[in-house]
Design a binder for this molecule. Sequence first.
Ligand code: ZN
Length: 524
Amino acid sequence: MADDRFHVYDTTLRDGAQQEGLNLTVVDKLAVARHLDALGVGFIEGGWPGANPKDTEFFRRAQTELDLKHAQLAAFGATRRAGMKAADDPLVAALRESGAPVVTLVAKSHDRHVELALRTTLQENLAMIRDTVSHLRAEGQRVFLDAEHFFDGYKSNPDYALEVLRTAAEAGASVIALCDTNGGMLPDELAEVVHAAVGTSARIGIHCHDDTGCAVANSLAAVKAGATHVQGCANGYGERSGNANLFTVVANLQLKRGFDLVPKEALADMTRIAHAITEVTNVTPNSHAPYVGVSAFAHKAGLHASAIKVDPNLYQHIDPAEVGNDMRMLVSDMAGRASVELKGRELGYELAPDTSRELVNRVKEMEAKGYTFEAADASFELLLRDTVAGESRRHFQVESWRVIVERARGGEVVSEATVKLHAKGERIVATGEGNGPVNALDRAVRLGLERLYPELAGVELIDFKVRILEGAHGTDAVTRVLITSSDAAGEWSTVGVDENIIEASWQALEQAVTYGLLRAGHTA
Ligand SMILES: [Zn+2]
């Protein structure tokens, strides 16, 4: 188990799950918990047993199905209801019976919220906190308190807000997390309030939302002011603008402030873990995410490229390997030979001067037609391979393709595609149906090739972007299609350009499949 000097507390499964469009099954929650444990967080808040049947089941299954190496599970719940004993409150019983070693109780610390939302007296609220904390402590659980709306409450009535902290600490709560529930705080004023709270009670924690874009900065400011427990969510998930991104917080504290929060090897696996969690949540990863985004260490080639070649550290704030990310060169129309060589080396090719000159010319030519390789690494690598190998060597050849789009009788629009391919000495004719022409083509290609290349079953088309590029110098407008695909190990993007959107899509699709086969270890 993680040592107790500083707490990294994850609330993805409870607060993060409030994100619009994010829906986790019990199996998803168990999977996310395993990933978080692999990162080495100290606490994983699993949800609200008793209030939510799915969360009750999560805690039940966690007891037998989760084998946590680092983390302890925390069950979230409220203090007892007004006017009854904690021991008699069925919701408190659900926390007791969750099997979680830690219970995090949410309590009101804002006087107006006590009166208006809870509709009880300030004294009864304190009694509810005292009674519930001491009851659960007596039953053998560790108790943390989430002081809800603490910062706004402190503005409204600082004496009462601090009284809430003291009451919880005296009753035996070992952590009091100060919550910026509405997310409106800025680092300087937040730090002042944290400072006032430190010393009044038990260990002080911080729980920030990102409504001012300061959740991470606020968390760091709180730590500086004395908090030794920090809460956040994987990838910054959460309602509204999200919670503090726990990955950013951990990386900042560990790499910039010298905290020893998670094992070094685990931190070096953070990029993979962040992406693995997006697979479970099915939320498109933010490519600009600090530390773990695919663009986090991506440099526009050109001007800087020759200097980066000499010393990459001149152009990055940390060594990306420390968080399991990679420096990446973007190949753009500023591309010079240096950046193409660098990119080639990054992909594992040592390019001869002639080859890199030829490649630069081909990139420039294609970019003039509307291609972009900045967002299509896989297309660039295929182009590079073609240039190095002298000619295109592919896993399959295309004889022809055809798509029919039909508005059927009921008004439903359906697409049907037929592809004719040659692979491994066979001629393949395959037909696929889909909700759109590209979907139908994708199905037809897979159907045709899956028997020869079963790994294609693990390749998925996850994003499809279309952009119309204005014609220049009297030419017609063209369509650029970017396709992002994934397999179990990661993602790649390919690009196609044509006046016809289906042809542009086809180019990107054909490369996506080819690249997927290369990743699966097939040489053409
Ligand atoms: Zn929250």
